[in-house]
Design a protein around this ligand. Sequence first.
Ligand SMILES: *Cc1c(COP(=O)(O)O)cnc(C)c1O
Length: 208
Amino acid sequence: MPEGVTLVAVSKTRPLEQLSEAYDSGQRHFGENRPQEMKSKWQELPKDIHWHMIGHLQTNKVKYIIDFVHLIHSVDSLRLLEEIDKRALRAERRVDVLLQVHIAQEEEKFGFGAEEVRAFFTGRAYSAYPNVRIVGLMGMATNTADGEVVRAEFDALRSLFDSLKPLADGASLQMETLSMGMSGDYELAIDCGSTMVRVGSRIFGARN
Ligand SMILES: *Cc1c(COP(=O)(O)O)cnc(C)c1O
């Protein structure tokens, strides 16, 4: 990976042996999308691993990961943010999150609209969640072979990210991380300014 880009190895559905192998070769950031699966892997594996929650997270499952999760990429509603804040307080830690922004053409993808995110920042709505730190944005491009469509979506997210940076207060709000890019489009994402890519099948092989 180029300097300034963090590789999150997406290890969802993979057995522990494959994660251990990646760990032994130096990988320390792993991404999962099921809270219970993440928790059981965390229990089994070395404690210097940084665990990233990358999939849609149900509010009633926040409790499984709140004690150890490194970064939640997929905050897609205020209800979820509120639950993370509440659980973080009880866990006596501050939890880092990204707001997921809807950039793809597909209907079913989760996330806030760009204008919602902007309003959230300019209105300082984040100050209602003192036990979370918003450290950036995450997005998923349309699943298409048309590189121009994907580039336009990544560019739009990057512009939003850049335009929000001046609002960062160095405390509750720190625009440091732009999580975009997966196996099929991470090179393009890096080209468009991604600072964190989430790569599964290119590392571990095709999932069943
Ligand atoms: C599964 C997943 C990935 C990784 O997908 P690959 O195509 O295997 O690299 C990245 N991001 C999210 C949100 C995912 O759910």
